[in-house]
Design a protein around this ligand. Structure first.
Ligand SMILES: NC(=O)C1=CN([C@@H]2O[C@H](COP(=O)(O)OP(=O)(O)OC[C@H]3O[C@@H](n4cnc5c(N)ncnc54)[C@H](OP(=O)(O)O)[C@@H]3O)[C@@H](O)[C@H]2O)C=CC1
Ligand SMILES: O=C(CO)COP(=O)(O)O
Length: 322
C-alpha cells in the first residue's frame, strides 16, 4: 500500500487514473489548475466539469498548489502533451529525488519532435514511466475493466508503478520498450482520425477494414524504424488502443476524423476539446519524410486534414497503395 500518490491534471484522464489507483494508496492528491475544480472535488466529491455524475472515492483530494506534491512517491502526468515541458519544469524543484514520474499524454512535442519521456528527462533528469492503452477515461472513472502497457528503463520504477496500478479490474503489462509504448499512443491518434474519415465519408466496411489492415502493418514498420519493437504493437498500447480509438465514437480523434470525412468544418480551438492527433499528423509526416519512410496512412490523413483534399479522392490514392 502506498501513502502519497499524486496526479497532475484534473481533466478526463486525471480523474480516471485517480479512481483507478485510489485502491492502492492511502491518498490521491489530484492537482487541478482551476480553484473551482478543486472546490468541487473537495466539497462535493464530484469533478463537475468532467464527470458530473460520478462520485469520486473519498481518498481523492484536490489541490491547486503544486508545492503540496513535494512528498509524492509517484506522480501521474495526465496533461495535454503541449504542456508537459512547462509543468515538469515547475515540478523539478518541488519533487524529491525518489519521486517517480508517469506520463499518460499521447502526443509528441511539436517543434522538437521529442517523445514525452525525452521531454521529461530533459526537464527533470528522470527516466519517466510511460503508460498507454485502451483507456477510455469515461469508463475508467467508473472503475470498470481496463488495461495498460507501461514501460521504463528503470526496473525499480516500473515495478512500483505496476503495483500502484494493478487491481482486480485493471491489468498492467510491463515492458522495457519505452519507444514502442510511447509511439503506439502517438500513432494510434492518427489512425483513429484516419478510420474516422473513412466512417464519415461512408466508405463501405470491406474497404475501411482493408485499409485498416494496411495501417496495422504500417504501425509495426513505423515503430521499428523509430527504434521500438514490432511486438509491442500486439500489446494493450497497440492493438488494444488502436481498435478502441478507431472504432468508437467516444474517441475524440475518431470523431474529428468523422467530421472531416463528412466535410463538416468545426472551430477546433474554440471547441475546447483536446485533439492530440491533429498536431501529430504534421509531426509524423515530417518524421516519415526525414527518415525516408513511406506510410500510406499518414499520407491519407495529412491529405484530408491538413491539405484539405476531398476525402474520396484521398481514399482512392490510399487504396492504390494497398
Ligand atoms: N481521455 C482519455 O480517454 C485518455 C486521454 N489520454 C491522454 O491524456 C492526456 C490528457 O487528456 P485528457 O485528460 O483526456 O484531456 P482533458 O482535456 O480532459 O484534460 C486536460 C487537463 O489538463 C489541464 N491542464 C491543461 N494545461 C495545464 C497546465 N498548464 N497546468 C496544469 N493543468 C493543465 C486541464 O485543465 P482545465 O480543466 O483547467 O482546462 C485539464 O484538466 C492526452 O494526451 C490524452 O491523449 C490517455 C488515455 C485516455
Ligand atoms: O486515448 C484514448 C483512449 O485510450 C482517448 O482517445 P481520444 O484522445 O481520441 O479521445
Amino acid at each position: 500500500m502506498f501513502s502519497n500518490i499524486s496526479v497532475v491534471g484534473a481533466g478526463a484522464m486525471g480523474t480516471a487514473i485517480s479512481q483507478t489507483i485510489c485502491e492502492n494508496t492511502k491518498q490521491v492528491l489530484l492537482y487541478a489548475k482551476r480553484a473551482e475544480v478543486v472546490n468541487s472535488i473537495n466539497k462535493t466529491h464530484f469533478n463537475k466539469d468532467y464527470f458530473p455524475n460520478i462520485r469520486l472515492e473519498d481518498n481523492i483530494i484536490a489541490t491547486n498548489d503544486l508545492n503540496e506534491l513535494k512528498n509524492a512517491e509517484i506522480i501521474f502526468l495526465t496533461l495535454p502533451s503541449s504542456v508537459i515541458r512547462e509543468v515538469t519544469r515547475k515540478l523539478k524543484d518541488i519533487i524529491s529525488s525518489d519521486c517517480i514520474l508517469v506520463n499518460t499524454a499521447k502526443g509528441i512535442e511539436k517543434n522538437s519532435k521529442k517523445r514525452m519521456s525525452e521531454v521529461i528527462q530533459e526537464e527533470t533528469g528522470k527516466s519517466a514511466v510511460v503508460l498507454s492503452g485502451p483507456n477510455i477515461a469515461a469508463e475508467m472513472v467508473e472503475r470498470t475493466f481496463s488495461s495498460a502497457s507501461i514501460a521504463c528503463e528503470n526496473k525499480e520504477y516500473l515495478d512500483k508503478v505496476e503495483q500502484v496500478l494493478s487491481t482486480p479490474k485493471f491489468k498492467v503489462s510491463a515492458s522495457n520498450d519505452v519507444i514502442g509504448v510511447e509511439y503506439c499512443g502517438v500513432i494510434k491518434n492518427v489512425i483513429a482520425i484516419s478510420q474516422g474519415i473513412c466512417e464519415g465519408m461512408k466508405i463501405n466496411d470491406n474497404a475501411r477494414f482493408s485499409v485498416f489492415t494496411k495501417t496495422f502493418a504500417e504501425t509495426k514498420d513505423l515503430i521499428e524504424k523509430f527504434g521500438g519493437k514490432r511486438d509491442t504493437v500486439d500489446d494493450y498500447c497497440g492493438f488494444g488502443d488502436i481498435i478502441t480509438a478507431s472504432t468508437l465514437n467516444v474517441s475524440r480523434n475518431h470523431t474529428l476524423g468523422v467530421l472531416y470525412g463528412q466535410k463538416i468544418v468545426i472551430d477546433e480551438k474554440a471547441s475546447g476539446v483536446l485533439f492530440e492527433g491533429k498536431n501529430t499528423i504534421i509531426t509524423l509526416k515530417e518524421l516519415c519524410k526525414n527518415n525516408n519512410i513511406d506510410c500510406a496512412t499518414v499520407d491519407f490523413t495529412y491529405d484530408v486534414i491538413i491539405n484539405g483534399i476531398n476525402p474520396k479522392r484521398a481514399f482512392e490514392e490510399f487504396w492504390e497503395k494497398l
